[in-house]
Design a protein around this ligand. Structure first.
Ligand code: NAG
Ligand code: NAG
Ligand code: NAG
Ligand code: NAG
Ligand code: NAG
Length: 355
């Protein structure tokens, strides 16, 4: 019976085999074609190209319901430590956005990682109650990003200085894992004049932080910036396109130092490129001149922390991919414990030590 069915099924099996072979052949051809194109494409062109190849159409994602909360816990999951840190290490994040992005990027930030921020602000040039955004009086455009940032910091200092222990600037295409940010900051002292991020070693003497992966100011850093009042205009550039190095220069002038944010094994936590480029260690040429963590020597995911904090160039649909991989997907039967990966420091303001 079985044998008869087997013999009758043979043409079908052969057909399927042929089908698969043909499909693989064309797939391989497409792949080869794509990697060939990659070699010749400049970095920004490559990103646009990848976007076209892989992103779901914008129409699919528009005006949909808020993303489901993926951080729901199973009965024996335990978030005690992260909840405790949420109270002890309060972080304000302000997100730089603009009117064209409110309904796409800003909205998705709000509905994904933004939900886990202690105090979340969106800074734009118009008030938009649907997000909501806060308007600062600036002209839009890349060349005014420094003005927008300076005015945003002024707004944060004047209205929210007492609402948080640490103050972060992020872009609307930055993805932040808040639990890991708080864990890292739990080992740092916010009364010190210090700030953190993905350190670049050019332009500013002590280095500056990439704006794209976000940078975090201690309360003392923000206090110095805020209390300088009008003098800050003399110490800090007030307008141009280099928002991140302008702020880096400004911090240096105020005596706010940069410090190392890698983990106890020297692995990176802030990432100014897309996750996949860090994971495979494929960097654009400029990155080798900028990265202070040794891009030429250290490559790939072995050099990325288990408790990574931030990634950049995350399109709205990819934010949900990140949510899935970080908060939902779990290998069955593996229960992960806490790792102590902060670099040892001689200070902390917390009662419990988390490293
Ligand atoms: C935005 O709203 C604030 C507070 O209501 C108001 O002071 C400000 O003038 C508004 N800005 C713009 C550009 O509409
Ligand atoms: C906004 O900035 C422009 C140019 O600096 C200035 O003329 C205008 O008075 C400002 N508006 C407000 C409401 O502050
Ligand atoms: C940060 O510390 C790690 C480990 O001590 C070291 O390998 C790395 O070079 C340091 N990075 C910077 C920018 O100082
Ligand atoms: C902490 O303090 C001890 C004793 O003063 C010193 O030997 C050690 O190097 C310090 N560690 C760090 C990470 O600063
Ligand atoms: C934190 O830094 C401040 C300012 O430098 C210092 O006075 C304080 O003792 C530090 N706290 C701890 C726990 O080291």
């Amino acid at each position: 019976m079985l044998q008869t069915a087997g013999r009758r099924g043979w043409p079908l099996v052969a057909g399927v085999f042929l089908g698969i072979t043909i499909t693989l052949y064309f797939d391989l051809n497409t792949t080869l074609h794509i990697s060939h194109v990659h070699e010749r494409m400049s970095w920004p062109a490559l990103n646009t190209f990848r976007m076209r190849m892989t992103s779901p159409s914008h129409a699919e994602r528009q005006n949909d319901l808020p993303c489901p909360d993926l951080s729901r816990l199973a009965a024996d999951d335990d978030d005690t430590v992260s909840k405790q840190l949420e109270k002890e290490v309060r972080v304000l994040v302000w997100v730089m956005t603009h009117p064209d992005n409110h309904q796409s990027k800003a909205r998705v930030v709000r509905d994904t990682w933004g939900r886990r921020v202690n105090k979340l602000l969106f800074i734009s040039s118009i008030n938009d109650s649907s997000i909501p955004t806060i308007a600062v009086n600036v002209s839009e455009g890349r060349k005014h990003l420094t003005a927008k940032s300076q005015k945003a910091w002024r707004y944060v200092y004047e209205n929210h200085f007492h609402d948080a222990d640490w103050f972060m600037k992020a872009d609307d295409n930055t993805y932040v894992i808040m639990e890991n940010l708080r864990y890292f900051l739990s080992g740092e002292n916010t009364s010190e004049p210090v700030h953190f991020g993905h350190l670049f070693k050019t332009i500013v003497k002590q280095g500056f932080y990439s704006g794209g992966s976000g940078y975090v100011l201690s309360k003392e850093a923000l206090r110095r910036w805020g209390e300088k009042g009008k003098d800050v205009a003399k110490l800090c550039r007030q307008d141009d396109s280099g928002e991140d190095n302008a702020m880096g220069q400004c911090m240096e002038s105020l005596g706010v130092r940069v410090d190392n944010s890698t983990d106890a094994l020297g692995r990176t936590r802030f990432h100014c490129l897309k996750p996949e480029h860090h994971v495979v260690g494929q960097y654009p040429a400029w990155y080798h001149r900028f990265d202070a963590n040794g891009a030429t020597v250290f490559k790939g995911r072995e050099k990325m922390s288990d408790y990574a904090i931030a990634f950049h160039y995350i399109e709205p649909w990819q934010m949900e991919v990140m949510e899935y991989f970080v908060y939902q997907l779990t290998p069955y039967g593996i229960v992960r414990g806490l790792k102590h990966l902060n670099q040892p420091r001689n200070h902390t303001h917390l009662k419990v030590l988390y490293w």
